[in-house]
Design a protein. Structure first.
Length: 190
C-alpha cells in the first residue's frame, strides 16, 4: 500500500546516503577528466543496482546465513559512519583508487551513487518500509540524480562551495538520526 509518509522518508534517507549534492565536486572532477558525464547511463546503471539489490539482497543474505535484522544493524552502522563523515567533513570509508572504467560507471554509478552505503541502506530500510514505497523513493532519487548530473556545472556556479558544505552537514545530521532509529528498532527485534 502506498504511503506518502513512507515515500517521503525513504526518499529523504536515500537522498542523504547518496548525497548527490555533496558529490558535485567529485562529479565535476570526473567530468573534467572524462570530458563529459553520461547522465542517462549513470542513472540507469544506478537504478539497476539499487532495484536489483532490493529484490535479490535477501537471497544474498540467505546464501550467507544472515537475517535482515542483522544486516539492518550492520547497515545502520555504515549509515552512522557515513553521517559522521558528512557532519565532520572527514573520510573514514575510502574508495578503491585502482578501480578504473568509464567515469559514468566507475566511480560515478558505482560506488558513488549505488555504492555499499546505498545498497546497505536499501536492504536496511526494507525491514522498516514497504517495497512499493521504497521503489518510488528510489525513483524520486534517480530523477534527482539525473537532474544533478545534467546540471552539475550550473549548480556549481549557483550554490558554491560553502552552500554545499552546509547542505552536506544538514543531511548528515538527518542521516545520523535515521541510523539511530534503525539501530533502535532492530536491536529490539534481535
Amino acid at each position: 500500500m502506498l504511503d506518502l509518509k513512507e515515500i517521503f522518508s525513504v526518499s529523504l534517507i536515500l537522498f542523504s546516503v547518496i548525497d548527490i549534492l555533496g558529490s558535485i565536486p567529485f562529479i565535476i572532477i570526473i567530468r573534467k577528466r572524462e570530458g563529459r558525464i553520461e547522465a542517462e547511463k549513470a542513472t540507469l546503471i544506478s537504478a539497476g543496482l539499487m532495484v536489483g539489490f532490493l529484490y535479490l539482497g535477501q537471497s544474498i543474505l540467505n546464501l550467507f546465513g544472515l537475517d535482515v535484522a542483522s544486516f539492518a544493524l550492520a547497515g545502520a552502522i555504515v549509515m552512522f559512519i557515513v553521517a559522521l563523515e558528512m557532519i565532520l567533513g572527514i573520510t573514514l570509508i575510502k574508495d578503491d583508487p585502482d578501480a578504473h572504467g568509464t567515469g559514468s560507471i566507475v566511480p560515478l554509478a558505482f560506488p558513488l551513487i549505488a555504492g555499499a552505503g546505498t545498497l546497505t541502506t536499501i536492504l536496511s530500510i526494507r525491514s522498516v518500509y514497504a517495497v512499493p514505497n521504497i521503489l518510488i523513493g528510489v525513483l524520486v532519487n534517480l530523477i534527482l540524480i539525473y537532474a544533478v548530473l545534467r546540471s552539475s556545472s550550473w549548480l556549481e556556479r549557483k550554490i558554491g562551495k560553502s552552500g554545499f558544505a552546509v547542505l552536506r552537514r544538514v543531511f548528515g545530521v538527518i542521516l545520523l538520526a535515521i541510523a539511530v532509529k534503525i539501530l533502535k528498532s532492530n536491536l529490539l527485534i534481535t
